[in-house]
Design a protein around this ligand. Structure first.
Ligand code: SF4
Length: 725
């Protein structure tokens, strides 16, 4: 009988970053259990994590996976079945096409759209390929849809993209202030820790701010159901009250911050009456939330997409961090602003600078010294200065014909980006689209000229960083699937092979050593590690060998033996003056306000048992036990006013498109608000654009308007009308 092998790894779903033990027999994954040693979950797993092995059976692999390179030989064949080709042929085609576009139109005529689900090593190679070899900053990621407002918020206020708190602070807080986060669904194991903290300390107060009465809100001592997009007004109003009541920490403000006077002037008009009117809450609720935040011995804020996915995403983040600085609720046990990362490795991608405006190790593209440092590290003459196109801009530029070749890795923009009509126009218009993917079933696969099969969870090696800055190893339990000589390859290895071919095609001097001398993911990680020396996320004291033993938090510079649980305990911040900065950002309403023709505010979000576009979770019947099919949640009073009954089909229409879905009565949403889950695409939520193209999913409706600072789109809000079909 074959022995069961156990391999320690990490869950590939959310940013909690739970440790898993993969059980395998021969080359088949047979089971999964929580890793009792992993500090993120201590053995627990949620419904998604505990069923991972069932999404990796031989049958599911055969039905859903991309198992060998495929090519559509002519552009007009898109949508037709692609033909199998060898890896050599596929990468030769990709190299020839990209080199031709770069020669004819310049480096900015190509773009790379990658993913917060790639491992840090994958991300590092793609970033160096775009910025170091090709000379374009046109590399962005689906993390733009996820965490870029949190990044901008941290940098503006605290000086660096470094979440200051840790999971252990959940058990040390006196008040948990949860804003725009349904952690019960989106971060279930973290939510279990919140429940544990409450059970251990019944005096712990939980305040939840959300537009929906979610399962997380049900656990709250105080729930503020605000109107969509009004968070900045709420936070500024809380500061107004703190000043009025004398609840700010004058000594902390004087010793460790700057810019408070401008903020004080800004919040003068944010009176309780004004806040109550704008946010749709009672003044007593505002007062109680303010008291619980300011008067507790330790306040920890947890926040997620409700703040980030907004046209005012950065302002929402900074307004909340302002409250922590004004009350000294930062840099001490149980206190601080703590963004919850949506994807498993959005943090790792930020660490290697894999976004259009960032460089390696939290360096900024706009900073000439940083560009020179990265060029020296990579051994290239320079890193281009011109900012790259961020996610929405990249697809708009492709739709406009400015970007001609796109390389998409481990993400499904034909479902997940807002304003699908523009995205699909972009994918149609591009001269050449490469899709590097584990799954053959994504909507984007229909638009690819070349499909490159990638390994995924249980098959690949590398590292990820979770919400609390903890780096964990991801390990392979089984071999890459597909034909032995032409099957799936690791993402970093595909990028390295392509990069080395492109070096020759672009005429890089043959005498020069390759820029991509990586035999293993560890060799990539070691180069990344060196790039962090002296930076806020310095990990020069860490090694793969240490990570084999236990996941570690950054920073951990050379000479230290453990990472930092908490940042800024000395009150010194990584800004030029060492002081944290208050940001005086005024409240601005959602970009697309409700009006007579579009009277409902649509919000989108996750379900407990599904993940993203369901490439993996959608393969498992039991994960549909919680919610069987997509439905538009509407308040019962709104339904009766429109003569709608449970299950009626309705057309949901925004200025960009229209889709069809059943309606479901729900008191989770307020009046004139509706909610639709984000997971289902064309097949289940069919519809059309306002110019008649067939498309579907909730993102046929959503808006591409983005935050001016973070460029993160307002996925959480669109004005819609709802009519019986
Ligand atoms: Fe995976 Fe997140 Fe569930 Fe943990 S909480 S098992 S990381 S999906």
């Amino acid at each position: 009988m074959d022995l069961v092998k156990e391999t320690q790894s990490t869950c590939p779903y959310c940013g909690v970053g739970c440790g898993v033990i993969i059980q395998s027999t021969g080359n088949q994954i047979t089971g999964v259990k929580g890793d009792p040693q992993h500090p993120a979950n201590f053995g627990r797993l949620c419904s998604k994590g505990s069923t991972l092995h069932l999404t990796a059976t031989a049958e599911v692999t055969l039905q859903t996976r991309l198992l060998q390179p495929l090519q559509r030989l002519q552009r007009l064949q898109r949508g037709a079945a692609p033909e199998p080709v060898t890896w050599d042929s596929a990468l030769h085609t990709a190299t020839t096409k990209f080199a031709q576009v770069i020669r004819d139109h310049g480096p900015d005529a190509v773009g790379f759209y990658v993913s917060g689900q790639l491992l840090t090593e994958d991300y590092y190679v793609f970033n160096k390929l775009a910025k170091g070899l090709i000379g374009t900053n046109n590399i962005d990621t689906n993390s733009r849809l996820c965490m870029s407002s949190a990044v901008a918020g941290y940098k503006k206020t605290l000086g660096a993209d470094s979440p200051p708190a840790s999971y252990e602070d959940l058990g040390l807080a006196s008040t948990l202030f949860i804003a725009g986060s349904n952690a019960a669904y989106a971060h279930p194991i973290l939510f279990r820790r919140i429940e544990d903290a409450k059970a251990a300390n019944p005096a712990l107060k939980i305040v939840v701010v959300d537009v929906r009465r979610t399962d997380t809100a049900e656990a709250a001592d105080l729930f503020l159901q605000i109107q969509p997009g009004t968070d900045v007004m709420l936070f500024n109003g809380m500061l107004h009250l703190m000043l009025w009541e004398g609840w700010t920490d004058a000594a902390y403000i004087a010793a460790h911050t700057e810019g408070f006077d401008s903020l004080k002037a800004l919040v003068r008009d944010c009176t309780p009456d004004a806040v109550a009117a704008v946010c749709g809450i009672r003044k007593a609720e505002l007062m109680e939330a303010t008291r619980l935040f300011a008067q507790s011995s330790a306040t920890l804020s947890l926040y997620c997409m409700g703040l980030n996915q907004s046209s005012a995403g950065t302002a929402k983040n900074t307004a909340l961090i302002n409250l922590h600085l004004a009350t000294g609720q930062i840099g001490k046990p149980g206190a601080g602003p703590f963004s919850l990362t949506g994807q498993p490795n959005a943090m790792g991608g930020r660490e290697v600078g894999g976004l259009a405006n960032l460089l390696s190790a939290h360096r900024d593209l706009a900073n000439p010294t940083h560009r020179a440092e990265v060029a020296a590290l990579w051994g290239v003459p320079n890193v281009p200065e011109k900012p790259g196109k961020t996610a929405i801009e990249m697809f708009q530029a492709t739709a406009d014909g400015e970007i001609k070749a796109l390389w998409i890795a481990c993400t499904n923009p034909a479902q997940s980006l807002p304003d699908q009509a523009t995205v699909r126009r972009a994918l149609e218009r591009a001269e050449f689209v490469v899709l590097q993917e584990a799954f053959a079933t994504t909507a984007t696969a229909r638009y690819a000229d070349l499909l490159l099969p990638a390994t995924t969870w249980g098959e690949k090696e590398g590292t990820v960083t979770n919400s609390e800055r903890r780096i964990s190893r991801v390990r392979a339990a089984v071999a890459a699937p597909g034909p032995q000589d032409n099957g799936s390859r690791h993402d970093w290895a595909i990028a390295v092979d392509f990069a080395q071919r492109l070096e020759s095609a672009l005429g890089r001097t043959p005498a020069l050593p390759t820029l991509f001398p990586y035999p293993t993911p560890e060799s990539v990680w070691n180069e990344h590690r060196e790039s962090t020396r002296g930076r806020d996320l310095d990990i020069t004291g860490m090694s793969y060998a240490q990570l084999e033993a236990t996941p570690l938090q950054w920073p951990m510079p050379e000479g230290t033996t453990s990472g930092k649980v908490r940042l800024y305990e000395d009150g010194v911040f990584p800004t030029p003056t060492g002081r944290a900065r208050f940001v005086a950002a005024p409240y601005t309403p959602v970009a697309e306000q409700r009006e007579a023709r579009y009277p409902f505010a649509l919000t989108t979000g996750r379900l407990r048992d599904q993940w993203h576009g369901m490439s993996r979770t959608g393969t498992l019947g039991r994960l549909f036990g919680h919610v069987r099919e997509p439905a538009l949640h509407m308040h019962p009073q709104d339904m009766s006013r429109r003569l709608l009954a449970e299950g009626d089909l309705v057309h949901i229409t925004s200025k960009r498109g229209s889709i069809l879905a059943p309606v479901q009565a729900s008191t989770e949403v307020g009046l004139s608000q509706v909610f639709l889950p984000m997971h289902w695409g064309d097949e289940f939520l069919s519809g059309q654009s306002n110019t008649g193209e067939r498309l579907g999913g909730v993102n046929a409706l959503t808006s591409p308007v983005f935050c001016p600072d973070s460029k993160q789109p307002e996925l959480k809000h669109a004005a819609v009308k709802v009519l019986k079909a």
